[in-house]
Design a protein around this ligand. Structure first.
Ligand SMILES: Cc1cc2nc3c(=O)[nH]c(=O)nc-3n(C[C@H](O)[C@H](O)[C@H](O)COP(=O)(O)O)c2cc1C
Length: 368
């Protein structure tokens, strides 16, 4: 049904316009009490067996919305209504910015993929913090806040820009993510080098501790799939050394070759980050490598090309405590989370593992 709807309406529209239209419907539905209760009852059934805990936060389940969909924290309840167990808002930058000129989002339907060069279009840390401060949540959802660098801020001042966002947003974040992996802000991914990452993460940690006295805000870093394996190891070691709470693997990729793309070459050539099905193998590989390196010392979040319950289950077995998705939501529609939850619960029940936590990393431990 959604497939038909997608083909007849969304596929004929500009992808960014389609996003805004769908987003508006979700927000509207979430504002009508009877409707949102009904939709949540159908699309977001809770499975006791999937209840989980990550970095000290209790969640209804492991499956959340990846950053970039709700950049400005305007639809947290709407996304929760659709079944996402946590919602990561952002990326939010220190200052508001319009992002790159349109057209900047492309659908590669044949590959179940997207290419985007949005460039962190967002309202900025001050406005998003104000929105979160006055938010009256309807559903109990874990809210992650993903922060990045303002484009016009020179790289030498990047730390101060992240710190500004951290100070403003940490009070409203269940967890905070330092995004150093989007390909659409020049120089951003250089911050993944440990010499740059160490002072950045240290400063953001201090900023969060300074501004939030009554709890320790969990701090995570989000990495790119394009890192060389040794660099993945280096980030993992640094994260352990700094006492980071988690690593999110992965962001979109700049790679195109060897991904089995079936779409028009003109689309494939578009500059930006590729997400969706072609990203699956590398994201899983990075996750597996991270788990082999850090084990249970750091919580891992698996994201990139997750389309089915089986994909989500594979991420868990590879070491992910939480799993996120974005691109497949565009292609699968509103019943997507429901299918993931149902399939995950069924897999867990028929697995040798008593709890979700027992399943985390089981495949990697087995092959060690
Ligand atoms: C249109 C679009 C915008 C995105 N914006 C952000 C962002 O602002 N910050 C971020 O950390 N990741 C962003 N991402 C990356 C996703 O969070 C996710 O890591 C990536 O898409 C891989 O997951 P997927 O294959 O399930 O889409 C964006 C992805 C897409 C498709």
């Amino acid at each position: 049904m959604y497939e038909l709807f997608f083909r007849l309406l969304f596929q004929r529209m500009d992808p960014e316009k389609a996003h805004h239209l769908a987003f508006r419907w979700i927000r509207l539905a979430a504002r009508v009490p009877v409707l949102r209760t009904f939709v949540a009852a159908v699309l977001a059934p809770r499975y006791k067996v999937l209840r989980t805990e990550a970095f000290g936060l209790r969640m209804h389940g492991p499956f959340g919305l990846a950053a970039g969909f709700d950049k400005n924290a305007v639809a947290i309840d709407g996304m929760s209504m659709l079944g996402f167990d946590h919602v990561e808002i952002g990326t939010v930058t220190g200052e508001p910015q319009p992002g790159n000129p349109r057209k900047r989002l492309f659908r590669l339907v044949a590959d179940r993929a997207l290419i985007n060069r949005m460039g962190f279009n967002n309202d900025g840390s001050l406005a998003v913090a104000a929105r979160l401060a006055t938010r009256e949540p309807v559903f109990r959802t874990v809210v992650g806040v993903n922060i990045g660098k303002t484009k016009v801020v020179p790289e030498a001042e990047a730390v101060a820009d992240y710190v500004k966002s951290a100070e403003r947003l940490a009070p409203y974040a269940d967890y905070l993510v330092v995004n150093v992996s989007s390909p659409n802000t020049p120089g951003l991914r250089d911050l993944q080098a440990t010499e740059a990452l160490r002072p950045l993460l240290t400063a953001v940690r201090e900023a969060a501790d300074r501004t939030v006295a009554n709890r320790r805000v969990p701090l995570l870093v989000k990495i790119a799939p394009d890192l060389a394996d040794e660099d993945v190891d280096a980030v993992a070691d640094l994260a352990v050394e700094l006492g980071l709470d988690g690593i999110i693997a992965t962001n979109t990729t700049i790679a195109r070759e060897g991904l089995g793309l079936a779409s028009a070459p003109s689309l494939v050539k578009e500059t930006g980050g590729l997400s969706g099905a072609p990203l699956k193998a590398r994201s899983l590989e990075v996750l597996r490598r991270l788990y082999a390196r850090v084990g249970d010392r750091i919580t891992l979040v698996g994201v990139g090309g997750v389309e089915t319950a089986e994909d989500a289950w594979q991420r868990i077995l590879a070491g992910a405590t939480l799993v996120q998705g974005y691109s497949a939501f565009v292609y699968e529609g509103p019943f997507w989370c429901r299918a993931i939850h149902k399939g995950l619960a069924a897999r867990l029940r028929t697995s040798p593992y008593a709890t979700l936590a027992d399943a985390v990393g089981a495949d990697v431990r087995k092959s060690a």
